[in-house]
Design a protein around this ligand. Structure first.
Ligand code: NAD
Length: 344
């Protein structure tokens, strides 16, 4: 199998779990972080503080230079949290060359522009001194870093309208523990990845309130229905939402204690403020970051998203979780969904 030269931007849990996996598969991998102390720490201890069971192979190289991590690589992996994708792309822009494959694994929607992560990359890299014709791919699915770090079986979707690029990424990331599927509906894949975090936050809140499996199943099922409804209004393929990057990712996020969105939701459901909950979880909670964009998209595309709106009322407007969920259950009945989904 052909081996690739890969630059990873971001040394959080996901960037490092993937960097280790790609190194073990025989690729030449270099990781950059915006935080210099993080590079020093990871390169000397060979352990990530949030992935304690994972050993970082000696062959995996680190750099503090964004120029070095971008130069001469077949593939660049953007693995910073969504709020840093634009600033990281702006720093990397002078060193990215035309034709390079750029993979994004961050999940989110930019407030104001309402861009997906690859749309931010396309926008930022198209500035005057930027490269021409980079090949953008979104890699998304039901994947917890904690499990990939231990080589547990995982599936993921390589999405791009440029199917050839998606297939190269499929080849790069495939191994006996990781099975990679392709999809040309990049927008549907990215929208799912961002919006499922909002629904998972709601599932966590429900659990924190002491509600049971019936409520969890309802929120997951009706949650994917409202994500699909938004996606279809935005021109995505409805089948994407029934796949790994859609319902698959929502299930893993809404049912696992590895998920920060689920964990933060549980704390909020138990009565902590959103600020306290984020502090306690201690890492980025993408579902909270995605809420403003979710509300703007629902309004722009005239789509009802009652679960997302309920989560927003709790997290952003300070409504009590129990009142908000009671309102959700007793809201007006009306036909909400196009064919194929149940009406209320
Ligand atoms: N963790 C997972 O299991 C997982 C799985 C799939 C997708 N994702 C997505 O990947 C993205 C990253 O997640 P994560 O779990 O690695 O997050 P994380 O909280 O572990 O990432 C923190 C890292 O972000 C980087 N960073 C911090 N400040 C920065 C700055 N100013 N500029 C640039 N980089 C900076 C640093 O390398 C830091 O270690 C998120 O969008 C997340 O939704 C995560």
């Amino acid at each position: 199998m052909k081996k690739f030269s890969i630059g990873v931007l971001g040394a959080g849990t996901w960037g490092m779990a993937l960097a280790r996996m790609l190194t073990v598969s025989g690729n030449d991998v270099q990781v950059w972080s915006a935080i210099e102390a993080e590079v020093d720490n990871l390169s000397t201890t060979r352990v990530h503080p949030n992935l304690p069971g994972m050993v970082i192979p000696q062959e995996l190289r680190f750099t503090k230079s964004i120029e070095e991590v971008c130069t001469g690589k077949d593939v660049l992996l953007f693995a910073v949290p969504s709020v840093f994708v634009r600033s990281t792309a702006a720093k990397a822009r002078p060193y990215i060359r035309s034709g390079q494959i750029i993979v994004d694994v961050a999940k989110g929607i930019e407030p104001d522009t309402l861009y997906t992560m690859t749309e931010i990359l396309a926008d930022e890299l198209s500035h005057e001194n930027g490269p021409r014709a980079v090949r953008l791919v979104a890699l998304s699915g039901p994947t917890h870093a904690e499990e990939v770090a231990l080589d547990l079986p995982t599936t993921i979707v390589s999405a791009s309208p440029d199917l050839e690029a998606a297939e190269v990424v499929q080849e790069v990331f495939s191994n006996t523990c990781m099975r990679v599927y392709t999809n040309t509906d990049i927008k549907g894949v990215e929208l799912s990845g961002a919006m499922k975090n909002v629904i998972a936050l709601g599932v966590g809140i429900s659990t924190g309130l002491g509600y049971g499996d019936n409520a969890r199943a309802a929120l997951i099922t009706r949650g994917i229905a409202e994500i699909a409804r938004l996606g279809v209004a935005m021109g995505c393929n409805v089948q994407t939402f029934a796949g790994l990057a859609g319902i698959g990712d929502l299930i893993v996020t809404a049912t696992s204690m590895h998920s920060r969105n689920n964990r933060a939701g549980i704390l909020i459901g138990k009565g902590e403020s959103p600020e306290q909950a984020v502090k306690e979880v201690g890492m980025v909670v993408e579902g909270i970051n995605a809420l403003p964009a979710a509300m703007e998209l629902a309004e722009k595309y005239h789509v009802e998203m009652p679960i997302a709106q309920t989560v927003n009322a709790i997290v952003k407007e300070g409504m009590s979780a129990s009142d908000a969920l009671r309102n959700l259950m007793s809201r007006d009945r009306k036909s909400e969904m196009p064919q194929g989904y149940e009406s209320v």
